[in-house]
Design a protein around this ligand. Structure first.
Ligand SMILES: NC(=O)c1ccc[n+]([C@@H]2O[C@H](COP(=O)([O-])OP(=O)(O)OC[C@H]3O[C@@H](n4cnc5c(N)ncnc54)[C@H](OP(=O)(O)O)[C@@H]3O)[C@@H](O)[C@H]2O)c1
Length: 378
């Protein structure tokens, strides 16, 4: 296992962290964690050098924290830092802060949560929580030792991510989604570098894009990997790309089999910042291009088509639509599309044709928007 300094703290964090959002479950029911293998996985991870475990109030219907607490009993607690998250959407009054934290400390069987994150922070939650006094409350909890430090996880675009960093100087860490396909998505590389410029440790969620970068890729992508002089699994390629960034402190992965855990532990043994050669980095560019070419709309996100007179966020709709072609499971693309403001969705197209006149790629934008909406709605 390799370790990286966790910002200003006197703590060397394992480059691989254990994400407890994807524990083994019984009968496909996400709330029914299969305890025996889950406990074995978490303890094996710690015995092999992992010292950062990430949970949240809502994972596995609350049972992620419960199982994590059980796994850490018997001496394991003192060997790891625990991060868990406040469900921002469940907070209605200031009294909820204590209520939720008490519940989480109980589930985790601990007196202190090392890193307490505001989960999925966005502008709505940020304004609400600050209005309710979350920052002075958290500072009081830190003073009492119930929380080690305050952080946040975020899936918003860079400008919003930067806002949260700029508006509070007391963050201990932050968490973003980051992998080679998400360099310009959400906080992206700009966000990673901005957080690091403030001395903040960054933990990365979805380094394998929730597993999709570890699955068998489309043939054109497979051909690029096969042309590499070294042999790596798709998961290893994806993880090494994340760790190649010195600004990344911990890559979290949700591992639900021993094989996945052992493979990722072996990858973590080789993790090194700025270690990928220019030839290897060029391979990732080709892989990204191959994923893009496997896309139904040849949109390059040049932005000539916007502003749309009807407000449709055309490049973003096409980005989500294109990505939906890579994967059999439509859950994530549909979720992402649903998070787009209603006024920006493809069905707001009034077929005025302005976008088609402007598109340098000569895309039949109006038809493509209709197809995108049909596939992504629901
Ligand atoms: N704060 C937030 O909003 C937020 C959001 C997402 C995640 N997170 C946290 O970040 C953690 C990491 O995110 P993630 O779980 O999405 O990580 P990830 O590593 O991108 O995806 C994990 C999935 O990848 C697959 N996998 C892992 N290692 C593999 C290997 N060696 N070979 C083949 N497949 C492999 C498994 O998929 P299969 O199950 O298909 O086998 C596993 O469930 C989460 O567990 C959670 O703690 C936080």
């Amino acid at each position: 296992m390799r370790y990286r300094r966790f910002g200003r703290l006197d703590y060397q964090a394992s480059v691989l962290g254990f994400g407890t959002m994807r524990l083994p479950v019984i009968g496909g029911d996400a709330s029914k964690v299969d305890e025996e293998p889950a406990l074995a996985l978490i303890r094996y991870a710690i015995d092999h050098g992992i010292n950062y475990v990430d949970s949240a109030h809502g994972y596995h219907g609350g049972n992620s924290e419960v199982v994590t607490g059980k796994a850490l009993a018997g001496g394991y607690r003192s060997r790891v830092k625990i991060a868990t998250k406040m469900p921002c959407w469940s907070v209605e009054s200031a009294g909820d802060f204590d209520r939720l934290l008490d519940e989480q400390l109980g589930r985790l069987q601990t007196d202190t949560i090392d890193f307490y994150l505001l989960h999925c922070l966005n502008n709505k939650f940020w304004d609400k929580l600050r209005g309710l006094g979350v920052l002075p409350w958290a500072e009081k909890m830190i003073a009492k030792g119930r929380i080690g430090g305050l952080g946040f996880s975020c899936h918003e675009e860079f400008a919003d991510f930067r806002r949260y960093l700029d508006e509070y100087g007391g963050w201990t860490m932050c968490q973003i989604q980051y992998n080679y396909l998400d360099q310009n998505n959400q906080a992206g590389t700009r966000g990673l570098e901005y957080a690091a410029s403030k001395g903040l440790p960054v933990t990365v969620m979805e380094p394998l894009r929730g597993g999709r970068l570890a699955a068998e890729p489309p043939p054109s992508v497979r051909a690029v990997w096969d042309s590499a002089p070294v042999r790596r699994t798709p998961a290893d390629w994806a993880l090494q790309w994340v760790w190649n960034h010195p600004q990344v402190t911990v890559a979290l992965s949700g591992m639900n089999t021993m094989q996945q855990l052992q493979e990722n532990l072996a990858s973590a043994d080789r993790a090194a910042a700025e270690s990928l050669s220019p030839a290897e980095l060029a391979l990732y560019d080709r892989v990204v291009a191959a994923y893009r070419e496997a896309s139904p709309v040849p949109c390059t996100a040049c932005g000539y088509c916007v502003p749309c007179p009807n407000g449709v966020n055309i490049p973003r709709v096409f980005e989500i639509y294109n990505e939906s072609a890579f994967y059999a499971d439509m859950g994530v693309p549909r979720y992402t599309y649903a998070r787009l403001a209603e006024a920006e969705r493809a069905n707001k197209c009034a077929k005025c044709g302005t976008c088609e006149e402007r598109c340098p790629q000569k895309i039949h934008t109006m038809d493509a928007l209709a197809q995108a909406h049909e596939k992504l709605k629901g």
